[in-house]
Design a protein around this ligand. Structure first.
Ligand code: PGA
Length: 242
């Protein structure tokens, strides 16, 4: 894994955006693997600025997103579809028909997951995938599990901690989704290039575990060490325990 340590969140975001812009400039009809959460917001802001100032062209770009709550409707302001529209898609010239976020309203989630995996394959795989890392080392909603991980896109139960943490965004506990649809580690590995981002001291333990030199399903991010093209871009605070 290539490691780049930056001074701060802004520098991390700018570097990550540069990696994405290079792929888009090199291949107009590329496939972007996208993530939600606080970490990639700065990168999306940079990409929007590159579109507005330098005409970075998304017109032929496709995208696939890592995960989505289940169940949830796309117009819910806590859905990941809403997040993507708000932070990126509404501000660049991407055709929303070419953007894929797991469908939180799917009636048959198992069939949906199989189709989502097939969709990634039909697009020819992902050219560049951005990932955040959870404080517990998760990627997407692939939570640490000593008993193993499900490799492909699947429906997963959220842990009690995650439900509790998410409850602050919803008006009542009943409204907090208890499950999510997530790409698996194998789906993520279909990306030719992966950029994993980490910012802040809160991620320092997870970054240390990821780079500890051992791959283990108790730290899903550690599995990235066996992918041939992964770059960790993290700030000094996130790297402080390595
Ligand atoms: P964050 O989430 O970017 O909001 O820290 C990352 C993650 O949990 O994967």
């Amino acid at each position: 894994m290539k490691v780049i340590v930056t001074k701060n969140y802004e520098e991390m975001s700018a570097l990550a955006a540069k990696e994405f812009a290079a792929v888009i400039q090199n291949k107009a009809d590329c496939v972007l693997g996208l993530a939600t959460g606080d970490t990639p917001i700065g990168m999306y802001r940079e990409l929007v600025a590159m579109h507005e100032k330098n005409g970075l062209d998304f017109s032929k770009v496709s995208s696939v997103n890592l995960d989505e709550y289940y169940p949830i409707t796309p117009d819910n302001d806590q859905s990941y579809r809403y997040f993507m529209n708000y932070h990126l898609f509404d501000h660049v010239n991407i055709d929303k028909a070419n953007t894929n976020v797991p469908d939180g309203t799917a009636v048959d989630p198992d069939t949906f997951c199989r189709d989502y995996e097939a969709k990634i394959d039909a697009l020819g795989g992902i050219d560049i995938q951005v990932l955040g890392i959870g404080r517990n080392g998760h990627i997407g909603f692939n939570e640490p599990d000593a008993n193993g991980l499900i490799p492909d896109t699947h429906l997963t139960d959220l842990t009690a901690n995650t439900i509790e943490a998410n409850s602050r965004f919803f008006s009542s506990m009943d409204e907090v989704p208890k499950q999510a649809l997530t790409m698996g580690i194998h789906s993520v590995f279909k990306a030719r290039k992966i950029v994993i981002l980490a910012s802040g001291e809160g991620k320092a333990d997870a970054v240390r575990a990821m780079l500890a030199g051992k791959i283990t399903t108790t730290c899903p991010a550690s599995l990235l060490c066996i992918h041939p093209d992964v770059t960790l871009i993290c700030d000094e605070a996130a790297y402080s325990k390595v």
